[in-house]
Design a protein around this ligand. Structure first.
Ligand code: A2P
Length: 297
């Protein structure tokens, strides 16, 4: 039987579909969370220079006792490090913190619309790292179709992955379509809709965890709302990276390989899309955020 937790990227590299997310994981809780995740079966961790916890992710991986090659490590370059040579240095910074010499997947964290030339130069840096064997795959995050079009026109290697906000209340069909047209894998951030209830992201959001449709589907399978959303992501052929620092929820979110949603259930969940973004709009530059310096150590 095919491994349900395995996706093949457009350059032939295999990646576990379900990864462990650490966005907003406080550094002091991150090593333990990563170690717990690897103990319950995750083999893929997604972090970012801007999350300020790469060092602790590396520590959690080492504490798990797993071999380096058994864990797929994904991280992201922050905007203040965009530019070709800057990106090469950002790679050194990230690998130093993670304690590894090679990355499995390295993404540009944002299209920086107020400095798109630097964004393109940064992507060329990723291409250099790929050619040199320092990273096994490269990609982007939060790229909308027009950002992808601009990038593809000016670079050689088609991104392997585009990581975007994606949960049942916001499914970005236009981005998914563009990704698919180019063989770019769609990876969901906030795959169980954490962004619909995280504080500080704007008014008018409704927490997806209490959604009646998802709750009914979950009850029918004896599963939780989070498990149903993750199963929905995987059955759509996406990668998903749920975040938790709570051991029970970390394990819960990996318990998605022992049930299957019907086509009707998939359609019911698809129909929940409200077409309204909860996280930041990638087209609105945020210079103060972009300029945040990523420490060397
Ligand atoms: P916690 O870390 O305390 O578990 P997302 O990855 O979609 O952004 O969601 C992350 C948010 O959802 C975090 O606030 C996390 O909090 C919470 N969370 C993670 N897993 C579950 C779960 N199985 N049930 C409910 N909340 C969860």
């Amino acid at each position: 039987m095919a491994n349900e937790n395995e996706l093949v990227l457009n350059n032939g590299v295999t990646m576990p579909a379900l990864g462990f997310g650490v966005f907003q994981s406080p550094p002091e809780e991150t090593s333990a969370a990563v170690e717990t995740a690897l103990n319950v079966g995750y083999r893929h961790v997604d972090t970012a220079a801007a999350y300020n916890n790469e060092r602790q992710v590396g520590e959690g991986i080492r504490r798990s006792g797993l071999r380096r090659d058994d864990v797929f490590i994904e991280t992201k370059v922050w905007v203040s490090d965009y530019g070709h040579d800057e990106t090469l240095r950002a790679f050194e910074k990230a690998t130093r913190k993670l304690g590894v010499d090679r990355l499995d997947l390295l993404l540009l964290h944002q299209p920086a619309t107020d400095r798109f030339d630097r964004t393109v130069a940064a992507y060329r840096g990723l291409e250099t790292l790929l050619a040199d064997g320092r990273v096994r795959a490269i990609g982007v995050s939060n790229f909308m179709p027009h950002h992808l079009a601009d990038l593809l026109e000016r670079t050689e290697v088609v991104p392997a992955v585009n990581q975007i906000e994606l949960h049942p209340y916001f499914t970005q069909p236009d981005v998914r379509k563009t990704n698919a047209e180019h063989g770019i894998l769609t990876q969901a951030w906030s795959p169980i809709g954490g962004i619909t209830f995280y504080p500080g992201y704007g008014e008018g959001r409704r927490s997806i965890l209490g959604d009646g449709t998802i709750g009914a589907v979950a009850a029918g399978h004896g599963k939780t709302a989070a498990q149903v959303m993750l199963r929905w992501q995987l059955q759509h052929g996406r990668s998903a990276i749920p975040k938790s620092t709570n051991p029970a929820r970390i394990a819960e979110n990996f318990g998605v390989f022992d049930f299957e949603l019907t086509a009707d259930e998939m359609s019911m969940i698809d129909a929940l899309d409200r077409g309204v973004r909860n996280g930041p709009d990638p087209d609105v530059p945020r210079p103060a955020m972009f300029d945040r310096v990523i420490p060397e150590d």
